[in-house]
Design a protein around this ligand. Sequence first.
Ligand code: NIG
Ligand code: FE
Length: 399
Amino acid sequence: MSELLLTGIGRLITNAGDPITDAAVMMVDGEISYAGTASDAPDQGGGDRIDCEGRAVIPGFVDAHTHVVFAGDRADEFGLKMQGASYAQIAKHGGGILSTVAATRAAGEEALFQEAATRVRRMIASGTTTIEIKSGYGLDLDTELALLSVARKLGHDLPVTVKTTFLGAHALPVEYRDDRKGYLDLVVEEMLPAAAPLADYCDVFVEEGAFSVDEARRVFEAAAGLGLGARVHAEQLSHSGGAALAARIGAVSADHLDHATANDARLLAESGVVAVLVPGASYTLRSPQAPGPMLLDQGVTVALATDCNPGTSYLESMGLVVSLAVVEMGLSAEQAIQAATRGGALALQMPDHGFLVQGSAADLVIIVAPSAVHIPYRPGTNLVWRTIKAGRVVAGAWH
Ligand code: NIG
Ligand code: FE
């Protein structure tokens, strides 16, 4: 039996009621057995114990949208973008997603694993305890399967829970430039059945220059037949109908949503689709932030994620995402922290994660500050003192 008791918590965010001051948390065998006031904490025998010395504790971050397995980088494009080139212009000239596809196809599976593992270790050190990882930089059968295998292996080898998503319909690969139908046939008939055992979900990039609503519907129907739920890259660069499609097919999430309307929000709320917002991508692209406050007002469940990828959002820190969501998008600190923890867990259909109550997963973060408001208030500083995954300390700043 493994036991860990946290004492001296200055402020505990449980996501299941008001914050608790002067709190304690007891974890047994990877689950929370007590989270509440220190004075009511059960007596603990011989297990491990950490005195938090007044620091705040929050649930572990759940990063519900990443493309973290890739090779190479696009630093050259970043320069062009800062000089005013648009994402669409760069993609049209052979840059964008397809340049990462070329680098990813050329890298071996071992190199892909090592590069991604380095990033995921930094994510864990920044307080992330669960992460969703998409394929989509292979766009051929072998490389798409390699990306999903690497993602699964990251979850196996590192102290983080991983959910995987097949994103074969991310872009049209060069060899199918003049044959959209041929590529979609390949995705539906060959890639999806082969990828299904390695994937929890299927995603499609619905956008002008990527895939249409009708093309996406075909992919999602095939995915549903294989038992894969849908996540949709929707309304990122323009209003293309991805959110309404997500609502119509009962997708698990609609992601990005920078151009979502009040009507989209109503549809998402009615159909219980979680909105996964990625303020790092809007920040890097200097494009409008998703209407987070409006989505919340309309009753949509909102999650926050890094969207970690080498093109639009090369960031790994959920703390920075929370800060962008507050400062740039207009969520309150409480809303943003909840969206980055509980919201992410709901987006990944993990109802026992993202909150701290008896019986929930013992995934949490001790931060070097007296309250969680310091996370948005102090962007760019990793305030994580310890990351605890399944009741074990897995990362920490030793100060
Ligand atoms: O989430 N929107 C499409 N996919 C990624 C970008 C991928 C890339 O530029 O490499 C995104 O922003
Ligand atoms: Fe994305």
